[in-house]
Design a protein around this ligand. Structure first.
Ligand code: ZN
Length: 197
């Protein structure tokens, strides 16, 4: 296994990576509002005892899938098609709409100044905090290395530590080999001459 294959993103971008990776092919760490409350608490994004509504859980999902769509564009080439591929075509615009309701302001009392959430709702503040981390990562130059796995059944978030920034799968052992096996099978069974596709 290549070095850094499973090394998470540097903090604080790791929080965004972990948030996106709460959904996997085999489950969802916040399928219910109570699970979301627990997850946000363990990441110190909300205080203990906060009750989360179904509607707030849905907002969190909109943020998660919107972020997944964004990091899919960081893959090279972007993993936008074909569909269905584990990516909701509307995810990015849904998040763009929701983000307007998640205000951030530049806190000049912090050193260095940083974006801080401004909502009276704790859950919205937690979600806005994650969006603020995206802006920080863009400024730090780390954002473009956070990618969504190219394998349609996966779409796991991973941080590309490779020097040439060309990593496309979350894991060569899992998704990379799966894709290669499929391509090889396709070549063997297809009547299309090699190289025609
Ligand atoms: Zn993968």
């Amino acid at each position: 296994m290549a070095e850094h294959e499973r090394t998470p993103a540097p903090m604080p971008l790791r929080q965004v990576e972990e948030f996106i990776n709460t959904r996997r092919a085999d489950g969802d760490d916040f399928a219910t509002p109570a699970q979301l409350a627990y997850w946000l608490q363990t990441k110190d994004l909300i205080a203990a005892g906060i009750v989360i509504t179904e509607e707030q859980r849905d907002r969190a999902e909109t943020v998660r899938e919107g972020l997944r769509a964004l990091i899919a564009e960081n893959n090279e080439p972007p993993v936008a098609s074909p569909r269905p591929d584990g990516l909701d075509p509307a995810a990015r615009s849904n998040l763009a709409e929701l983000a307007r309701q998640l205000p951030l302001a530049l806190d000049l009392s912090a050193h260095p100044p940083r974006l801080t959430p401004q909502s009276p709702e704790p859950v919205d503040n937690a979600l806005a905090t994650l969006l603020g981390l995206v802006a920080e990562a863009v400024a730090a130059g780390t954002w473009s290395r956070l990618k969504a796995c190219r394998e349609p059944s996966c779409r796991w978030a991973f941080y590309d530590y490779s020097r040439n920034r060309r990593r496309t799968w979350c894991s060569m052992d899992l998704c990379g080999n799966r894709a290669k096996a499929r391509a090889s099978h396709h070549r063997k069974t297809s009547s299309t001459p090699a190289g025609a596709n």
